[in-house]
Design a binder for this molecule. Sequence first.
Ligand SMILES: Cc1cc2nc3c(=O)[nH]c(=O)nc-3n(C[C@H](O)[C@H](O)[C@H](O)COP(=O)(O)OP(=O)(O)OC[C@H]3O[C@@H](n4cnc5c(N)ncnc54)[C@H](O)[C@@H]3O)c2cc1C
Length: 414
Amino acid sequence: MRNLPRKALIIGAGIAGPVAALFLKRAGIDAAVYEAWPYATGIGGGLQIAPNGMHVLAELGLAEEMISRGEVAESFDFYSQNGARIGSINRNMKARFGQPAVNMRRAALNEVLVDRAWCEGVELYFEKRLAKIEDRADRQIVATFTDGSTAEGDFVIGADGVHSLVRQHVAPDGPRPFDTGLVSFGGFIRRSLLEDAGIGPRIEATFGKAGFFGCGYCGSDPDQGAMWWSTQPSNGVDAATFRAMGRDPLKQHVRDFHAGWHDPIPEIIDAAENIVVTDTLDVASLPTWSRGRTVLIGDAAHATSPHAGQGASIALEDALRLVRRIQEGGELCETFAQFEAERRPRAERVVAIARRNGNSKREFSPTGAWIRDRMMKLLIPLTSKGMDWMYAYNPAEAVSSPAGTSARHCRQAA
Ligand SMILES: Cc1cc2nc3c(=O)[nH]c(=O)nc-3n(C[C@H](O)[C@H](O)[C@H](O)COP(=O)(O)OP(=O)(O)OC[C@H]3O[C@@H](n4cnc5c(N)ncnc54)[C@H](O)[C@@H]3O)c2cc1C
């Protein structure tokens, strides 16, 4: 019998946290998840889980449920601001990669993950915001929360997202999130609006002279089963300031920004009810993903701007791969170093692609936008093939290769 740790403290009940807890539970390791916010449903916008992320949900037995609660996207089609077609990518994903790309509400995914975690005996605590971690050699690792309560375990997984506090414990002098200069608006609309516009089961995305607009189906609900998003240069205005504008001025801002864009974009914005505004943040490469008995996964380890549509999928991959490594039963600090050595090259390649994609959504001159659209028409068939490595990876079938460790990872953290 290998020497497995007995209990994990997981910070964050977003995407990576509950999934890591489920895999740990199934491996016979107890997991307690601590989430800063109260339990809530219906929060956030829509997202797409790519085939590589769907493999993780399939491993948990949740892929079919998410497909039935979401909508398979049969392609990702690009247009210019006047509606001219640029090209299409991500076709036949299921046939090519074993799982489809699935659009869903972030809230639906979170609900399914949290429900399953409850059912499988994971301890879940809401309104528990981590304040600090103490890792002393003579005792269990201790997490202290802002309400003064504490929890003890054999190790900590930081799945606390882009603003991770666990990251500050792991890499106190490491990089902080920075604003990429783009801000994202989004929400849900009735399905019939896209159906009436002749939009099929795909994502339709439009590059403007500045900014980007996307829409697609994300569930069967007639009133809220389609999602849309708009990415715009922020011009120094952050998401909180936009949110503070209030509903009608906010909607007017989005309407003004997309004035003159092709149909049905203006109609979609007119129909939008609750607009979710998000900063698009990025974090530079961390010096390390672990320290002592604490390890980072998901956005905490490698936050990515959303322009590759992969952040959630690679967070899911991390959760599965970390637990597979832990199941091998080595020293935790070595396990974490091996996990990082395995995952870092892939995660950072995705982050780099997202950065590059984000650049095509910034402000262009009319001629610059014209040239970009023509270049994209030529390049899309080539870049599309060049993205296959991202989707073709099945983390459930990946074989752990031994990796060197470094003393840096194994030092005890106070
Ligand atoms: C506008 C937008 C669109 C996106 N679209 C896509 C997409 O289509 N496809 C895709 O794959 N990815 C997308 N992403 C990226 C994706 O959302 C993230 O990569 C993903 O959510 C990361 O999962 P995570 O579990 O690491 O972090 P999160 O999902 O952010 O979860 C972190 C959790 O930790 C909690 N937390 C934070 N601090 C503390 C604390 N101190 N104590 C306790 N809990 C704490 C948070 O409240 C949160 O619940 C998008 C991102 C944005 C901003």
